[in-house]
Ligand binder design. Structure first.
Ligand SMILES: O=C(O)CCC(=O)C(=O)O
Ligand SMILES: [Fe+2]
Length: 286
């Protein structure tokens, strides 16, 4: 396996294999990793530029998301979390499993054949993120010093989100403007979020889910310590490489999904190259 800077990995620690069918397994893998000293975690640092989403990001490094989609701005509240990102650099096959959900997604979109997304998701340009929100005094959430993750939408096709039993994930209500609904963890289930690229791809037929993790003020009455939380978002993304013509090196583009446009609903967006779109989004947060 190569390290994130392209050189051979010299760490001889045995790898942890996360069994995504069993989130307790994921939580304990997360806990084991984040429990290591920060100097050790920093040995695989996230590079400063956002487009290479790999490695460790310490507490307070990532810019807080802002609900304003593309023009993200620094949030005043510190996202009190640390993360480790990895992707398809060495073993793409291991990251393909979640893509098996794509036929089910296609079946839900009238006009899109069941196998449609397969062609666009062969390179496993997926990204997995281990997330740790450390425990902190309730007071620090109440006074606005710390937050968990601000309201945002994800960038790619869709996200499969594994969360532990801590709770506090919320999604924006599609029915009541400005209202967020709690998404309590249900053992043995995952949260499936539509992301921005798919929203654009579907001509806004599918809506990307605005979501956040916060510690609601009403839960802080008792003060004390708010317990730590672990989650693992598995971001499924369309192929970056395949969408560049390898002979001319001209980025090829992805156009509106079949069935999502017509005389009553013309295409709202120009075709776009997946890699350029995602990199532009990632660069905005680092
Ligand atoms: O921690 C969570 O449950 C959500 C994480 C998330 O939304 C993200 O990393 O994009
Ligand atoms: Fe997210």
């Amino acid at each position: 396996m190569d390290n994130i800077n392209g050189g051979p990995c010299t760490d001889t620690t045995p790898c942890t294999v996360i069994d995504f069918a069993n989130f307790d397994d994921g939580t304990s893998a997360c806990a084991k990793f984040f429990d290591r000293p920060v100097e050790l975690k920093q040995k695989a640092p996230h590079p400063p530029e956002g487009w290479k989403h790999r490695g460790y990001t310490g507490i307070g490094v990532e810019r807080g998301f802002h609900a304003d989609k593309i023009a993200m701005v620094h949030s005043q509240v510190l996202d009190f979390k640390e993360s480790f990102d990895f992707g398809n650099d060495s073993e793409p096959a291991r990251l393909q499993n979640m893509s098996k959900l794509l036929p089910a997604l296609a079946l839900g979109i009238p006009g899109v054949p069941e196998g449609f997304f397969h062609e666009y998701h062969q390179e496993a340009d997926n990204q997995v993120r281990l997330l740790h929100y450390p425990a902190a005094p309730a007071e620090s959430f109440l006074n606005g010093e710390k937050g968990r993750i601000n309201a945002h939408t994800d960038f790619g096709t869709c996200t499969v989100l594994f969360q532990d039993d801590c709770g506090r994930l919320e999604v924006k209500s599609p029915y009541e403007p400005g209202k967020f609904i709690s998404v309590p963890p249900i053992p043995g289930t995952v949260v499936f979020n539509i992301a921005d690229f798919l929203m654009r791809w579907s001509n806004d037929t599918l809506k990307s889910t605005l979501h956040r993790v916060r510690v609601p003020p009403q839960s802080l009455n008792g003060g004390g310590i708010i317990k730590e939380r672990f989650s693992i978002p598995f971001f499924i993304g369309a192929d970056h490489k395949k969408t560049v013509d390898l002979v001319s090196l001209v980025p090829s583009t992805v156009d509106c999904l079949p069935g999502c446009f017509g005389p009553d609903g013309p295409k709202k967006y120009d075709p776009v190259n997946v890699g350029q779109y995602i990199n532009m989004r990632l660069n905005a947060i680092h």
